[in-house]
Write a protein that binds this ligand. Structure first.
Ligand code: PHE
Length: 345
């Protein structure tokens, strides 16, 4: 009997949920509570057949259930009347208390972020931003940068050729040439952008990004180069980063220097022998730089006696990897959401 009641109750709730009109509700009332043929009414009649000692409890239970069902019918009827004519009435029922679908917020890619930080530091020092084409001609990518055809320095960069004399630029230095061809000093320019080299492993990607920079005016000295780059590195890597200028060679600068910073992981500690970032040297190469070679000024028609300047170029991925402690450049380009989510919005 109790089981039967439970089943009836479930039936009623099920039907109520599906019903959409007052008539249907009335039908449910008749089917269960109707004087003749109502299922619950029938159970009440059956009370008589129960042994006398079970009757009171069963009677109580029956009354309780009837009250409940009457309540349900009433509530549903109210609902329907209140919502009559509303869109909800036609479609499935809407539970406005359910949590909504969360909208995923996008965030800036770590490389864009680091590029923006680099740009901010230089614009703060008065540099302007310039851009050049990704498909570059041989003249701007090599020739005018003092790298003649068949010069062994071309081997430093494994080039993607687009045609006999067009390449995917192997560095951002051609932007120096394009700007100097069009403008006269004083110039203080940075040029961010993608560059391409035939190289692919954990620390080299065939597409990566550089920020080029250069400054040309009367009496620009190596001291200016050191000052600007030291200030830049201190701002990008914060705290008192150690900076070292090491003699090097680039065809388009003379003298040339590579700039290292003190290893940000082991900080050059005595037991740095197996530091996985600097491999025990205590230093990390961070950018190439130098005083613009007089031959380059010759290509753009500047008087090398009257003007001097410095230039530098840095890899954005490398700086980002050091900043974020990463050891695989490919993570930047796989766009794995689990990687990208680690950078706060
Ligand atoms: N273009 C050089 C490179 O890609 C970097 C550089 C730029 C060096 C400007 C000196 C001056 O390696």
């Amino acid at each position: 009997m109790i089981d039967n009641l439970e089943k009836l109750h479930e039936e009623v709730t099920g039907r109520l949920e599906r019903c959409a009109s007052e008539e249907e509700i009335e039908q449910i009332r008749i089917d269960y509570l109707g004087r003749k043929g109502g299922k619950l009414t029938a159970l009440m009649r059956g009370l008589r057949e129960l042994p006398a000692d079970q009757r009171p409890r069963a009677g109580q239970e029956l009354n309780r259930r009837r009250g409940e069902i009457e309540g349900l019918l009433e509530t549903r009827l109210d609902d329907l009347r209140r919502n009559r004519g509303r869109p909800m009435d036609q479609g499935p029922r809407l539970d406005v208390t359910l949590p909504g679908n969360r909208v995923e917020r996008g965030r800036v890619h770590p490389l864009t972020r680091v590029t923006d930080e680099i740009i901010d530091v230089f614009t703060g020092m008065g540099f302007e931003i310039a851009r050049g084409p990704d498909v570059e001609d041989d003249y701007h990518n090599f020739e005018a940068l003092n790298i003649p055809r068949d010069h062994p320095a071309r081997d430093m960069q494994d080039t993607f050729f687009v045609s006999d004399d067009h390449v995917l630029r192997t560095h951002t230095s051609p932007v120096q040439i394009r700007i100097m061809e069009q403008r006269r000093p004083p110039l203080q320019i940075i040029a961010p952008g993608a560059v391409y080299r035939h190289d692919d492993d954990a620390t080299h990607s065939p597409v990566f990004h550089q920020v080029e920079g250069f400054m040309v005016d009367h009496d620009i000295s190596f001291g200016d180069l050191k000052g600007v780059l030291t200030l830049f590195l201190e701002q990008i890597f914060q705290d008192e980063v150690r900076v070292r200028f090491r003699p090097s060679f680039f065809p388009f600068t003379e003298p040339s220097a590579e700039v290292d910073i003190g290893c940000i992981l082991c900080r050059g500690a005595r037991d740095a022998g197996n530091c996985r970032v600097c491999r025990g040297s205590g230093w990390l190469e961070i950018l190439g730089s130098g005083m613009i070679d007089p031959n380059v000024f010759g290509f753009v028609g500047y008087d090398a006696e009257a003007f001097s300047g410095f230039a530098f170029g840095m890899g954005v991925e490398r700086i980002a990897m050091l900043k974020y402690g990463m050891d695989d450049i490919r993570l930047f380009f796989q766009n794995d959401i689990r990687f990208l989510r680690q950078f706060p919005p």
